[in-house]
Design a protein around this ligand. Structure first.
Ligand code: SF4
Length: 410
């Protein structure tokens, strides 16, 4: 994010388009006062909608117009509040976007939202994009807006979040094994860890005892060995492949029917056409799966290292942007990640501009579009990521099988 500069009118999307923007009551008050002091007209319609069930920083929603944009979005495709009254009047979320700020272990962590195309370009395409650097003064306009990392205080799962995140990195980031193997090994480990943190048997009382248990689970080299032991699954044949392709594409089509984004609708239609999906009723998906595997094999043969870079950088950012404590347990977290990765892999392989012989620039553009469009239009739709019965009483073995199946797409 040190290199990020908003490209404003040249942006192929907008910050607020199609999103639900939650702000604090104090932000709304500040906007009212600024407009009044400047003698500026308020938007014709009330610009805020009470949202009492939101967190304190999101207790009011900014009203969106029928075209999906904020009422302050101007005909020149920029924010009229920012343009006319400066940055200071913006709500925190508008001022910091596309940066995501968390307070983690007493320090500020900054990552990028992939809803912003420019942030995605920088993240995916620059080879050194994910080298960690200290947060320097001035990098973030409002460091005080950082939220505490999610999770209940005193929960051992949260108290030991640092050790768990180190383990997630050990599983997910080393190169040399297919991402599907790394995800599968991680899913099995998450299954065991949830039994420890969320199982019926209480954890030992003392901090030290819990620490010792964790260290036993995370002993050095454990992740690498677990990944190496996962046999590489051939992509073909797989009888579940076709139905799962259809399921993802149907979900995307349904969602494109409720979002107001023509860009997203075109994107979904392009993926479906490329995989020969015209209507699910009469299809078993075998043709779509065959097309997917052929296209994917060609892409990997010609562009393997570039694909690896996209996903590696995505994961580095993901682990910062989505702390694992945002999910009830590790299994749910790994499941969501696996579904997200499956969706982006599927749409990239099916992108109409992409083929084994395409130029790297074409592949780069398609990758930016896939990661960004899915992040903006799909990631915030919670039903898309819900694990079947992910609570304490859920069928954990079924959840594991589902996660392993989606991991196979990666
Ligand atoms: S989405 Fe990103 S690049 Fe586009 S206008 Fe917003 S901050 Fe700028």
């Amino acid at each position: 994010m040190t290199r990020f500069r908003c490209i404003a009118e040249r942006c192929e999307d907008t910050c607020c388009g199609g999103l639900r923007v939650g702000v604090s009551e104090a932000s709304v008050q500040r906007i009212h006062e600024t407009l009044r002091a400047a003698g500026a007209p308020e938007p014709i319609e009330e610009f805020s909608i009470p949202f009492p069930e939101g967190a304190p920083s999101e207790r009011v929603l900014l009203r969106m117009r029928p075209d999906g944009h904020c009422v302050f979005f101007s005909a020149e495709r920029n924010c009229s509040l920012h343009r006319d009254h400066g940055e200071a009047v913006l709500p925190d979320v508008c001022s910091t976007f596309p940066r995501t700020l968390w307070k983690q272990d007493g320090r500020l962590e900054v990552s990028g939202s992939l809803a912003c195309p420019e942030a995605v370009r920088l993240l995916l395409l620059a080879e050194d994009a994910v080298e960690p650097v200290p947060v320097t003064p001035g990098l973030v306009t409002r460091p005080e807006a950082a939220r505490p990392a999610p999770g209940l205080p005193g929960d051992p799962y949260v108290l030991h979040a640092g050790a768990v995140r180190d383990a997630l990195r050990e599983f997910l980031l080393p190169r040399g094994h297919p991402l599907s193997s790394r995800l599968s090994a991680l899913a099995r480990w998450a299954f065991r860890m949830d039994a420890l943190f969320r199982g019926p048997n209480p954890l030992p009382e003392g901090e030290e005892e819990i620490g010792a248990l964790l260290r036993a689970e995370l002993q050095s080299g454990g992740a690498a060995m677990a990944v190496a032991q996962v046999p590489r699954e051939p992509l073909e044949p797989w009888e579940e492949g076709g139905p799962r392709v259809l399921r993802l594409l149907t979900q995307l089509k349904d969602l494109s029917g409720v979002t107001r984004s023509e860009r997203f609708a075109r994107f979904v239609q392009g993926s479906r056409m490329a995989l020969g999906v015209t209507g699910e009723e009469a299809q078993d998906g075998s043709g779509a799966w065959r097309l997917y595997t052929v296209r994917r094999a060609g892409l990997e043969a010609h562009h393997g290292p570039r694909l690896e870079q996209y996903f590696h950088h995505y994961l580095e950012n993901y682990l910062l942007r989505h702390p694992h404590t945002e999910a009830f347990g590790l299994q749910a977290y790994v499941y969501r990640l696996s579904v997200r990765l499956a969706r982006v892999r599927l749409t990239l392989v099916a992108h109409p501009e992409v083929s084994s012989g395409c130029a790297r620039e074409t592949l780069d553009q398609a990758a930016v579009e896939c990661f960004q469009v899915l992040s903006r239009n799909v990631d915030l739709a919670p039903d898309f990521l819900a694990l079947p019965r992910e609570g304490l009483t859920g069928d954990r073995a079924l959840c594991l099988q589902e996660t392993l199946a989606w991991a196979r797409f990666s």
